[in-house]
Structures are given as structure tokens and as C-alpha cells.
Design a protein around this ligand. Structure first.
Ligand SMILES: O=C(O)[C@]1(O)C=C(c2cccc(Sc3ccccc3)c2)[C@@H](O)[C@H](O)C1
Length: 156
């Protein structure tokens, strides 16, 4: 289908503690491991003509450096689950603002039904959109929405 012709490059960033996904609190974050989620998403991305580069770090500076690199290495879209840095990191916000790259913020859990400190995101107002509470499917929905956004821009 024409979907395979665009060859978009997406960066998936997962923040702190998500390397533990599936091992603890499966009732909140699901039972799938991050490696499984990344593998599934890479396959879905290929079907949409997207090359997906998946990274995870517990280090704020590493996530920031990867965002800087994305800006100068023709990444078309960032999908990011900032985890706890969502609620704390002005530095991560500044890095994303500086790149001018479009991004979608993804949360596995519904951050609005949990502790109050999880209800504010320093990144959300800069995002194309935010998906939360839909578990691992949230990443797939973000992937699909990002492709649709880029195709709309290409057709305008
Ligand atoms: O729902 C999310 O995806 C979220 O971004 C993810 C988070 C997250 C991610 C990974 C681990 C944990 S806490 C944890 C630690 C060890 C094992 C299982 C969970 C929270 C929270 O910090 C955020 O408030 C919400």
C-alpha cells in the first residue's frame, strides 16, 4: 500500500523505571515487558513505512542528549513516555521545545486517576497530543496518530 513509501523515522523514548515494566505493579503498568512492547511497535511501524528507534534510560541527561541528537538527525516524530520526569523535568521540556520536533506524550496508566502529583505534565502543553490510561496500546495509537499527522502535512 502507499503507506510503505514514506519512510518516516520515529524515535521512541521511555523514561525512568520503565526497564522494570512487567516485573512490578502489573495491575498499574501492565504485564508486558518494555522489550516486548518495543518489538511489537517496531513491527507495526514497519507496516506503516516508519523506522522506529526505541530507547530507554533512567538518566534525565541521556534522554535530553537523545532529544538534541534527534533534532539534527532527520527524526520526523518523537513518541515519549517520560515516566516520572513528566512531573518534574523542566530540562526535558526545554530540550523538546528547543528541537521544534513534533512529539506525542504517552502514559500507560491514567495519570489523572492517580496521585495528584501525577496530574501535571511539564511537557503536555508542547505535545501534539497526550495518550494515557490505555496501557501498551497507547504507544500503537500514538504511532498511528503521528503517521496520520505527517501524511496530512504532506498532503497540504
Ligand atoms: O503511566 C505511565 O506510563 C507513567 O508515565 C509511568 C510511570 C512509571 C514508569 C515506570 C515505573 C514506575 S513505578 C514502578 C517501579 C518499579 C516497578 C514498577 C513500577 C512508574 C510514572 O512515573 C508516571 O507518573 C506515569
Amino acid at each position: 500500500t502507499e503507506n510503505n513509501q514514506q519512510n518516516y523515522r520515529f524515535l521512541l523514548l521511555n523514561g525512568p523505571n520503565l526497564n522494570l515494566l512487567g516485573q512490578r505493579e502489573p495491575d498499574v503498568y501492565g504485564s508486558a515487558t518494555l522489550a516486548h512492547i518495543e518489538s511489537e511497535l517496531r513491527h507495526k511501524a514497519e507496516a506503516l513505512g516508519v523506522t522506529l528507534d526505541c530507547r530507554q534510560s533512567n538518566a534525565e541527561h541521556e534522554l535530553i542528549n537523545w532529544i538534541h541528537e534527534a533534532a539534527t538527525s532527520n527524526v520526523d516524530f518523537i513518541l515519549i513516555n517520560p515516566a516520572a520526569y513528566t512531573h518534574t523535568s523542566i530540562a526535558l521540556r526545554d530540550a523538546l521545545a528547543g528541537t521544534k520536533l513534533p512529539f506525542i506524550e504517552v502514559h500507560l496508566s491514567n495519570i489523572h486517576t492517580r496521585e495528584s502529583f501525577r496530574r501535571h505534565s511539564y511537557l503536555a502543553e508542547l505535545a501534539v497530543g497526550v495518550i494515557c490510561g490505555l496501557g501498551a496500546q497507547g504507544y500503537e495509537l500514538a504511532l498511528q496518530a503521528a503517521v496520520a499527522q505527517l501524511q496530512q502535512r504532506a498532503n497540504t
